[in-house]
Design a protein around this ligand. Structure first.
Ligand code: 2M8
Ligand code: MG
Ligand code: MG
Length: 262
């Protein structure tokens, strides 16, 4: 078994970033040596901190919506081509494109690169220290859109023409390279685990937002955690999908209770 999980609004509470309701399951998975792979739009700097708190540092993680895959030091084989490398465009390239599109079309948005730490704290409820970690972007930009839906559709077309993609997280829109995505990162890592193990491997994904759809389609079983948004979460997995009645870490627990008997 492999577990891929989103953080905000899934393993972590959308507002308090707490995971206590999920702790008993984390302990159980830990004793059973089931890898729990954090798969998130957070930065590497943020995930490294959360991984320590959750005692998951011996596993790989996926950051910035799949634009970064980090493997532990003892990972077998030569995976230098991925680990620590950016999939898609670098943050400075993304910022340059965003700034020039805004100059050209007067698009109304503000990204993390446009604002102060205080503004990121106000938007997210993160502490000063954690807001600073969230601003250490390497390969994706979260932004708040202030314009019309019509302009947003135009913005998305412009991004596509620049080989960038737009996806929706819990609070922000996220811009990253088109090759990046949680789904392809999960697919790649699952392949790595399958090569390393002889026994068949089952995967389960847990997520609450549209940016998790790729991940949830890439796993055998999917837990759609009740989100704080009204986006539909259409999935391909058919019968292997469970939609929770509870939010965040309560929903996370509910989903694993539904699918796993350990
Ligand atoms: C941003 O991402 C969340 C995830 O769904 C969002 O869009 O609401 C991130 O980019 C991240 O770095 C940050 O920690 C988080 C804080 O709410 O917001
Ligand atoms: Mg989320
Ligand atoms: Mg996320």
């Amino acid at each position: 078994l492999l577990v891929f999980t989103d953080l905000d609004g899934s393993l972590l509470d959308h507002h308090s970033y707490d995971w206590q309701p999920a702790q008993a399951w984390l302990d159980r998975l830990g004793s059973a040596k089931v890898p729990v792979i954090l798969t998130t739009s957070k930065t590497s700097a943020e995930v490294a901190t959360v991984q320590k708190q959750l005692q998951l540092t011996h596993y790989p993680f996926i950051a910035e919506n799949g634009a970064l895959i980090k493997l532990p030091a003892d990972w077998p084989g030569n995976s230098d081509d991925v680990s620590g490398h950016i999939i898609g465009n670098s943050y400075s390239e993304i910022r340059q494109t965003l700034v020039s599109l805004r100059q050209r079309y007067d698009f109304e948005f503000r990204g993390f690169g446009d604002v102060s730490k205080q503004q990121v704290m106000d938007w997210t409820g993160l502490s000063l220290e954690n807001a600073a970690l969230a601003m250490q972007r390497e390969a994706s930009e979260p932004l708040i859109w202030f314009g019309s839906d019509f302009d947003l559709a135009h913005f998305e077309k412009c991004l596509q023409a620049e080989n960038l993609s737009l996806t929706r997280g819990g609070r922000f829109w996220h811009v990253a390279g088109r090759e990046a995505g949680k789904g392809s990162a999960v697919h790649w890592l699952t392949g790595q685990y399958r090569q390393q193990r002889d026994q068949p491997l089952v995967t389960i994904g847990l997520g609450d937002g549209p940016n998790d759809i790729g991940m949830l389609n890439a796993t055998d079983y999917a837990v759609v955690i009740l989100g704080h948004h009204d986006h539909a979460m259409p999935l391909d997995n058919g019968e292997n999908v469970y939609r929770t009645r509870q939010h965040g870490p309560q929903g996370w627990k509910e989903g694993l209770d539904h699918f796993i008997t350990l």
